[in-house]
Design a protein around this ligand. Structure first.
Ligand code: FES
Ligand SMILES: [Fe+2]
Length: 448
C-alpha cells in the first residue's frame, strides 16, 4: 500500500502543529496498521507469564492476536493466532498450558513450536498433496527477550532490538532491574485489560513525558493515594532532590526521568508499612553500591516507540496501547515487582498499583477522561480543520547533557515532536536508517 496521505502537511514538527486527522481518521489508522505495526518492535509479554514448557499467553501486535508460547524444549515463540487452514482463532483462552493447539473448527493441531501435527482424514483427503512442513503456524521473523520482557517485529529486516532501543535502554533497565540494582529479576503480578474510547496515541504521548497535565490529577494528589497516604501527592516522593529531565532518542522513544544528585539519600516512604519501608531502604543502598553513577537515573514515565509505555517506580509496570480503531484502544497494563521480594512487599505494591492505575485506578481515570473527551471533541468537521499545538519549549534542549539523548530541563513538547517525526517516516515507508534517525545530526531531529 503506497500512501497518498498528505503526511507532511499534517505533521509539521518544525512549526509544532499536528493535524487532528491522525487521531481520528480511518485512513491514518489503516496506514498505521500497514506501515508501522508491521515493522516496529512491539512488546508482547513477559517470560514470567510463561515459566514452564507448554505455557502460553495470548497477546496482540497491533490489531492482530498472537500467541506467546514456551515450547516443550523451553524456547520462546510468538505465533499469529490464526489457523493456516481457514483462519480460525487457534487459541481462545487468555493464558494456560497445553501440549497442542487444536483448532476448534476442523481440528488441525499444532505443536507448541508451531508445527502442523494433526490433520483429520489426512490419508484420504490430503496424502501426497499437503506437506505439513509448509503449513506451520505463522511465526514472527524477529523475536527478542530482554530482562524477562519479550518483544517481536514482523519485519525480517528490522535492526536488532537493542539497536532499536538505542539510548532508551538505560531508562528501561531502571524499570526492569531489581530494586536493589541486580539486572532483570522482575515478574508480572497481574495484567489489567480494558477498552477505552480514545486514539492509542493520546495514551502513548502522555507517557512520553506530558508532565504538563499534572493539574488534572489534583484530586488524587489532594487525597493522597500514595503508599504512605500523605496528602498533597499521589506517590511517595523519592525524587524530590533530583533534576527532572525530559529525554528523546532518534528512534522515537521519549521519557521523563529524574537525575539524582551524586550524594543521594533514601527518602523514607511506605509509612504505614515499616517492613516494606525497610525493604526499599535496603534496596536503595544496595542499588547505589551495585550501580554507582547509573543509580542516579530514576525513571518516571516513558514511551518506547510506538505503543509501549512504562511507569518506572511508583507504580511500576509496562502498559501497551493496542489500536482497535481510530477512536478505540485496548489498554493492557503489566504490573511488575521483584520476583524474590517478600510477600508483604508484593501485596502492598499490588494494592497501590490498583489504587493508582488500571481501569479503576484513580490516577488512570483522570487520564482516560482527558483522552476520551479529546478524541470525541476532535471528531467533528469543524474541529478537524484545526491542528493541535506542540510548541512548548521549541529548541530548548541540549544533547547528551547531563545524560545521553536530547535532554530538556523543562517541560517540553520536544519528545512528542520527535515521536511524530519518526511516526511520519514510518507512514511514508522509509528504510531503517531513516527510522533510526541515522541521517540526522542531533539538532536536526527537532527541526525537521
Ligand atoms: S480453520 Fe482450523 S482446522 Fe479448519
Ligand atoms: Fe496522568
Amino acid at each position: 500500500m503506497s500512501t497518498t496521505l498528505p503526511i507532511d502537511q499534517m505533521i509539521d514538527t518544525q512549526r509544532g502543529t499536528i493535524s487532528r486527522e491522525i487521531f481520528v481518521s480511518p485512513e491514518f489508522h489503516a496506514a498505521e496498521l500497514e506501515k508501522l505495526f508491521t515493522r516496529a518492535w512491539l512488546f508482547v509479554g513477559h517470560e514470567s507469564q510463561i515459566p514452564k514448557p507448554g505455557d502460553f499467553f495470548v497477546s496482540r501486535m497491533g490489531q492482530e492476536s498472537v500467541i506467546l508460547c514456551r515450547d516443550s524444549r523451553g524456547a520462546v515463540h510468538v505465533f499469529l493466532n490464526s489457523c493456516r487452514h481457514r483462519g480460525m482463532k487457534i487459541c481462545r483462552y487468555e493464558q494456560g498450558n497445553t501440549s497442542l493447539f487444536v483448532c476448534p473448527y476442523h481440528s488441525w493441531s499444532y505443536t507448541t513450536d508451531g508445527k502442523l501435527q494433526g490433520v483429520p482424514l489426512y490419508r484420504s483427503l490430503y496424502e501426497g498433496v499437503l506437506n505439513r512442513e509448509d503449513w506451520s503456524l505463522i511465526e514472527v521473523p524477529r523475536l527478542a527477550c530482554y530482562k524477562g520482557t519479550v518483544w517481536a517485529s514482523w519485519d525480517a529486516e528490522a535492526p536488532d532490538f537493542l539497536t532499536y532501543l538505542g539510548g532508551a535502554v538505560d531508562h528501561l533497565d531502571q524499570v526492569l532491574d531489581c530494586r536493589d540494582g541486580r539486572p532483570g529479576g522482575s515478574e508480572v503480578i497481574g495484567v489489567h485489560k480494558w477498552i477505552l474510547p480514545t486514539n492509542w496515541k493520546f495514551a502513548a504521548e502522555n507517557f512520553l513525558g506530558d508532565t504538563y497535565h499534572n493539574p488534572s490529577h489534583r484530586s488524587v494528589d489532594m487525597i493522597g493515594i500514595g503508599p504512605s497516604g500523605e496528602k498533597g501527592q499521589r506517590r511517595d516522593n523519592e525524587y524530590n532532590k533530583g533534576q527532572h529531565v525530559w529525554v528523546g532518542f532518534p528512534q522515537g522513544h521519549g521519557m521523563h526521568s529524574v537525575w539524582m544528585p551524586e550524594q543521594q539519600e533514601y527518602q523514607p516512604g511506605y509509612a504505614q508499612y515499616p517492613e516494606v519501608d525497610e525493604y526499599f531502604r535496603h534496596c536503595f543502598e544496595e542499588r547505589k553500591r551495585r550501580q554507582g553513577d547509573k543509580a542516579r537515573l530514576m525513571p518516571f514515565t516513558g514511551n518506547l516507540f510506538p505503543n509501549t509505555s512504562y511507569h518506572g517506580r511508583q507504580p511500576r509496570g509496562l502498559c501497551v496501547w493496542h489500536p482497535h480503531s481510530p477512536t478505540e484502544t485496548e489498554a493492557w497494563r503489566f504490573f511488575l515487582v521483584d520476583a524474590d521480594a517478600p510477600a508483604a512487599v508484593k501485596d502492598v505494591l499490588r494494592r497501590f498499583y490498583m489504587r493508582y492505575s488500571g481501569p479503576a485506578g484513580m490516577t488512570e481515570q483522570d487520564d482516560m477522561e482527558n483522552w476520551l473527551y479529546a478524541t470525541q471533541s476532535s471528531m467533528g468537521t469543524i474541529a478537524r480543520r484545526y491542528p493541535f499545538n506542540y510548541q512548548a519549549s521549541m529548541g530548548a534542549y541540549k544533547t547528551n547533557d547531563p545524560i545521553p539523548g536530547d535532554v530538556s530541563l523543562q517541560i517540553t513538547d520536544q519528545t512528542p515532536r520527535n515521536y511524530y517525526r519518526v511516526y511520519s517516516r514510518y507512514l511514508k515507508g522509509d528504510g531503517w536508517d531513516s527510522l533510526l534517525g541515522r541521517d540526522l545530526q542531533p539538532i536536526q531531529r527537532a527541526a525537521e
